[in-house]
Ligand binder design. Structure first.
Ligand SMILES: Nc1nc2c(c(=O)[nH]1)N[C@H]1C(S)=C(S)[C@@H](COP(=O)(O)O)O[C@H]1N2
Ligand SMILES: [Mo]
Length: 322
C-alpha cells in the first residue's frame, strides 16, 4: 500500500520539530498507548486524502466570498524562493484561540470578523477608533511579498496586502514618553473555544518597541493572495513582522495601545524560557527543544538555511546594534 501518498504533505516525521506544545502531548500519548508509531500510522490512514482536503478548503475559501484588493505590489520586496501555494498556507496555521494544532481552518466557523473595530489608545495625542473598512480606506494599501518564519521551524512565502504600521502611528501621534506598543487580539469565548481555558493568558497580546513598530517592514495586514484574510490567517486585520518569529505577528487585532513599559505577551507569559519578547529570527540560537539552523517550507518541504533576521538584516539590524 502506498501509505506515503495519503499522508498529508504537511505531516512531519516525529523527530522534526512541531508545535509549541502539541509535540510533547503527542509523544506522551503515544508512550501511554504503548503502540508507538504503528498506531500513529493507523490514525493517519483514516484521514481524508490530501485531494479531498484541498477540495474542502478551496470550497470554503470561495464560500467566504473574500473581497479582492487591487493593491499594487511594492517591488522593493522580493523573494529568494517560490511563493507558497495558497492552499498549503491556509491549512497549516497557528491560531491558539481555535486550536493547539494546525487544523485551525476547520475550527473557525463561529468566528465573526465583521463588523470589526480597532481602537488605538494609550499615550497618544489623538486616540481613535476605526471601523475596519474606514481604516482600510484611509491607509495606503499595497501588496508585499514576504517570507514568514515560525519559531517551530516551518516557513512560507506569501503575498500580503496591507499598510505600513508606521502610517497608523503617525496618524495618532504618540507622546514623547511612549516607549512601546501593545497589540491585543479579540476575546470572545463563544467564537473561539480555547479562550475558556483559564490556564492560558487570554486575550493573546504582543508588543514592540516604538522604534521596531516604526520600521519600514512592520506591516498591518488585511489581505493575503490578493483578497481579504480568511479567518484562519487572522481576519480582518493582523500584524506581520517578517524579521521576527511568527508568534509576534498577532492576528485579529482589536486594540493597539501606546505605553511607557514593555507589555506582557502571550507566549512570553506562558513559557518565558522558550519564547522571549524580542523573538528575532536567529539561526545561531537554538530553541531549547530544537535547532533553528534551517527551516522547512510549507507544501514543498524544501529546506533552507535560516538567515539572521530571516534575511531582513538590511532593514532591521540597525535597531539592535547598541
Ligand atoms: N491571536 C493570535 N495570533 C497569532 C497566533 C495565535 O495563536 N493567536 N499564532 C502566531 C503564530 S505562532 C504564527 S506562526 C502566525 C501564523 O500565521 P499564519 O496563519 O499566517 O501562518 O500567527 C501568529 N499570530
Ligand atoms: Mo509560530
Amino acid at each position: 500500500m502506498t501509505l506515503i501518498k495519503i499522508l498529508p504533505d504537511w505531516f512531519l516525521p516525529e523527530n522534526q520539530s512541531t508545535s509549541e506544545s502539541v509535540y510533547l502531548n503527542r509523544r506522551r500519548f503515544l508512550k501511554k498507548s504503548g503502540l508507538g508509531s504503528l498506531s500513529l500510522l493507523g490514525l493517519l490512514a483514516g484521514c481524508q486524502t490530501i485531494e479531498e482536503k484541498k477540495a474542502i478548503v478551496s470550497q470554503r475559501l470561495q464560500d467566504a466570498q473574500l473581497q479582492s484588493f487591487n493593491a499594487s505590489r511594492n517591488l522593493a520586496f522580493t523573494l529568494d524562493r517560490p511563493l507558497t501555494n495558497e492552499y498549503d498556507a491556509a491549512v497549516y496555521t497557528n491560531f491558539y484561540e481555535f486550536s493547539s494544532d494546525k487544523d485551525v481552518w476547520e475550527k473557525v466557523g463561529k468566528f465573526q470578523p465583521h463588523p470589526w473595530t480597532v481602537e488605538v489608545t494609550g499615550l497618544v495625542a489623538k486616540p481613535q477608533k476605526f471601523a475596519i473598512e474606514d481604516l482600510i480606506a484611509k491607509m495606503p494599501i499595497e501588496e508585499r511579498l514576504y517570507r514568514h518564519r515560525c519559531v517551530e521551524a516551518w516557513a512560507m512565502a506569501v503575498p500580503w496586502t496591507g499598510f505600513p504600521l508606521k502610517r497608523l502611528i503617525e496618524l495618532v501621534e504618540p507622546q514623547a514618553k511612549a516607549t512601546h506598543v501593545k497589540f491585543t487580539t479579540f476575546l470572545r469565548e463563544k467564537e473561539a473555544r480555547r479562550q475558556i481555558l483559564q490556564s492560558e493568558p487570554w486575550p493573546y497580546t504582543e508588543g514592540l518597541t516604538i522604534k521596531e513598530a516604526m520600521n519600514e517592514l512592520a506591516f498591518m495586514v488585511v489581505g493575503i493572495y490578493g483578497h481579504e484574510l480568511p479567518k484562519q490567517h487572522g481576519a480582518p486585520i493582523r500584524l506581520v513582522l517578517p524579521w521576527k518569529y511568527g508568534y509576534k505577528s498577532i492576528k485579529s487585532i482589536v486594540q493597539i495601545e501606546f505605553t511607557d513599559r514593555q507589555p506582557t505577551t502571550f507566549w512570553n507569559t506562558r513559557i518565558p524560557q522558550e519564547y522571549d519578547f524580542l523573538a528575532n529570527v536567529n539561526p545561531n540560537i537554538p530553541h531549547p527543544r530544537w535547532s533553528q539552523a534551517s527551516e522547512r517550507m510549507l507544501g514543498t518541504g524544501d529546506r533552507f538555511a535560516t538567515q539572521m533576521y530571516n534575511g531582513y538584516a538590511p532593514y532591521v539590524a540597525n535597531l539592535y546594534n547598541t
